[in-house]
Structure formats: C-alpha cells, structure tokens
Design a protein around this ligand. Structure first.
Ligand SMILES: *Cc1c(COP(=O)(O)O)cnc(C)c1O
Length: 438
C-alpha cells in the first residue's frame, strides 16, 4: 500500500504532487514541516467544512428543527471557533475555559450548551452572567447552585437535564458514559432522573426545556442511539405527570470516524436517518410533540480533518523483535494510543509513492515506555529526517496535549486551497516558564 489517496482515513483533499510529496489542502506537507517545524498539526479546511455541512444538511433535510453544536473538547481555539460559528454551528462546552475561548472569538453565547458533571460554583455563576444559552444539569448539587446563581442576577436560566439511559454503546470502557455505573447523568433506572425533573420544574429560576443524553464515543453502531432514544422518550412522556413539556431533545455526540482502513463507521447520513427515525417514531408512539433536536459532534468534525506531522529521528532495530522508529512528538501531543490503546496508520509524507514494505513501531520522544504512537505500522522504509504523517488526528490529540518533559505543544495550521494559515504557534521555552513565580 502506498498512500491511500482514496482512503477514508485521510482528509478529502489529500493528493501526491510531482515531487512524490503528500499534499493536504493543496499544501505540500513536507514544505509545511520545514516552514512551521514539527510536530505540526495540519487541519484541512475542506474536510472541516464538509463534515460540518454534512451534519447540518443530513439532519436538517430530515428534521428541519435540528441544531448542530460542536463539542469543543475535541479541539477548540479562537480561529476554529470563528470558522465553525461562521458555518452556522453552535457549541457544546464542558468548562469555563472553553466558554472563555468562545467569548474571545466573539461567538454568540446564546448558541452554547454547557455540559459537565462537576461545574464549579465559579463556572456556573460566570456562565449565567455571560449569558450561556443552556446549562445541561448533571447533578442535584449543580441544580441547586444554578438555581441560586440565576436567581442572584434575576435570570431564568434555560436548562436541559442529562439522563443516563443504561445503554451500553460497545465502545472503550473509558469512553462509555450512558451506563448505570457512570459519573455522568441522572440514571433513569434508579429514579434519580425523575427526581431531577421534579426538582427542576419546582426551581423558581430554572426554565426546564428538555432532556439530553450522551452514550460515549466512538459509537460504531446505530442501535445504541435508537434504543436509548426509545427509552428516553418513554421517560419524557411519563414526566408529563410533573408538567414536563419537552421542547428540546439531544442524543449527544459520539459519532465514529475511520482511524484505520479496517474501521467501518456509519456515514453521517446513516446516523441522521437512525436518530431522526427513532425520534419521530418515539414521539408519535408516546404522544409527544416534535422537539427541537440538538446533535453534538466533536470527534467526527475535527478528527478526519487533522493530520499529525512528525520528523523521524533515531531508528533502533532490536533484532528478531522489532524496529523502533522514533519521532519528535508522541504522548505529549497525542495521548490516545497510551490512554485507550487507540490505533492509527501512518505514511511517509516526503516519499508518498513508496510502497509500505516494512512493519515498524512508531515511538514518541517522551520518557515513558508506553509512549508509542503506532504498534506495527505498515510503512515504506524510512531514515532520519523523513516526514511521517498520521491522519485522523484532529480530535482529542492537541486538545489533550500536555507539556510533559517540558516539550512545548505543537503548532497548528489550517490548509485550504494551497494556503496554510497558522492557527496556533508552537509553544516556546518562554511560554513554558511564563507562569513560574520566582
Ligand atoms: C464528548 C461529548 C460530545 C462529543 O463526543 P464526540 O465523540 O467527540 O462526538 C458530545 N456531547 C457530550 C455531552 C460530550 O461529553
């Protein structure tokens, strides 16, 4: 396999130019590595736009009352927030810091849904004061704090409650959130969800608008969504007894992407068809009016658009065991392989036509034996200073980055129609010591 140009794993603009170099967004990746340094994250503007409009169009064509909010935790910064707001997306946040980024970007905070299982009193008060559109209440503790904070400034805060429907989405144990044994949501099974509805309806400063759930991520099957929607709509109908009028409904995010050629995620349209079908049928069956539908993709927007770019350094062959190809990044910019055992593929960006004839282990530069980006990668023969590209790296990589070993976090560029724009500069040594108080 040389570079899979038809690959579902690489961004849609991926090409190989006359020099045999990988191109993304019309930009030569090898030249970008030289200009901006490595490790570097390259986002393809066309893929981002394609995914965003894919969600908007797929859901709105089937269900016009659909709203798409981007889950910022996949990766957010000021330019990306502006770009996505410009495409008509709202935002899903899980911290005051994420709200602050959106605020700095000039995003209308009325389009923001504030999630999180332990929002601090400061985050709650500030979020209310800043005019965050919706709070998604995740605990009785938050319910009381939010009611007080809204009352203190004379606001009636629109809220959803997050329920846990006890549905296993068959994803990684550490990314499953909608089962009974979870820190997220009010379980329907135990009666907590019912009690939460009752308390929100009785809270003077909370405006109960509807129900949210999020099952986990990535979810490669459609049934967990349809089963959970059925269960939650039955619950919502039952809550009519407390006067609940569910005007808004959200089945969260969690839409899968292809990280390797073996992955077969449903298409955006498959998800839309399943979710809208289950919602429409469930509302009819339970005598509920059609609510507004909120979809919260994170991974599936940023993930396919981002490519991680590294430079090869030391190559160490352990005879009869394996060859370690070390690159200049690793777990500091992408913790997913170490944290979840996530799998990726790689290509040699400066010799993209060469056949992948070797099996090597791509290791990072961090002082941890677990700092391996890809076990048993199929790769063309490489030498020092070659450029390695790892696709499907846009989500939960830069956003989870650390400065472990005092390696600064990577630069990020957006490549679009042959031009590369710096979205975030590389973290410098000055940045690394800027917060130290001497
Ligand atoms: C993480 C999260 C999402 C986004 O999940 P993805 O897998 O990135 O699509 C959406 N909603 C909530 C509440 C989340 O916590």
């Amino acid at each position: 396999m040389s570079v899979p140009l038809d690959s579902k794993v690489f961004p849609i603009t991926t090409a190989i130019n006359d020099d045999g170099h990988l191109e993304i967004g019309g930009c030569d990746v090898t030249s970008l590595a030289r200009e901006f340094g490595t490790p570097l994250y390259v986002f393809d503007g066309a893929t981002l736009r394609n995914q965003a409009t894919g969600f908007l169009d797929s859901f709105r064509s089937r269900y016009p009352e659909s709203r798409v909010v981007y889950a910022c935790k996949a990766f957010i910064n000021v330019p990306l927030a502006r770009y996505l707001a410009g495409l008509g997306l709202g935002f899903d946040v899980v911290s005051g810091g994420e709200v602050a980024v959106l605020r700095a970007a000039g995003v209308d905070l009325a389009t923001v849904d504030f999630h999180g299982n332990n929002k601090t009193p400061e985050e709650i008060a500030q979020g209310v004061a800043w005019g965050v559109g919706t709070f998604v209440i995740d605990s009785f503790h938050e319910l009381r704090l939010l009611d007080e904070a809204a009352g203190a400034i004379g606001r009636r805060q629109p809220v959803l409650i997050r329920v846990s429907p006890s549905i296993d989405p068959h994803t990684h144990r550490l990314t499953t959130t909608g089962v009974l044994d979870s820190k997220f949501g009010f379980p329907i099974e135990t009666g907590d969800a019912e009690e939460a509805v009752r308390q929100v309806m009785a809270a003077p400063n909370l405006d109960m608008q509807g129900i949210h759930f999020h099952l986990g991520s990535p979810i490669f099957e459609l049934e967990p969504y349809t089963e959970a929607i059925e269960r939650v709509l039955r619950f919502a109908a039952r809550m009519g007894e407390y006067g609940l009028d569910m005007r808004r409904f959200s089945p969260g995010g969690g839409f899968a992407i292809a990280y390797t050629e073996d992955d077969e995620p449903p298409s955006i349209d498959d998800y839309a068809k399943a979710i809208v079908g289950a919602l429409t049928d469930g509302c009819a069956a339970n005598g509920l009016p059609r609510p507004e539908l909120t979809i919260e993709p994170g991974r599936s927007l940023a993930g396919p658009a981002g490519v991680a770019v590294y430079t090869v350094g030391a190559i160490k062959e352990v005879p009869g065991v394996r060859t370690y190809v070390s690159v200049d990044g690793g777990m500091g910019d992408n913790i997913r392989p170490a944290l979840y055992g996530s799998r990726y593929i790689a290509n040699v960006a400066n010799r993209a036509n060469d056949a992948a004839t070797e099996t090597v282990t791509i290791a990072g530069k961090y002082c941890e034996s677990g700092d391996v980006l890809i076990h048993d990668a199929s790769l063309a023969p490489v030498r020092a200073n070659d450029i390695i590209a790892i696709p499907a790296s846009g989500a939960y990589a830069p956003s989870m980055a650390s400065v472990y070993n005092m390696n600064g976090r990577p630069a990020i560029v957006m490549a679009s129609e042959g031009a590369a724009t710096l979205m975030r500069r590389r973290e410098s040594y000055e940045d690394l010591i800027a917060q130290d108080v001497v």
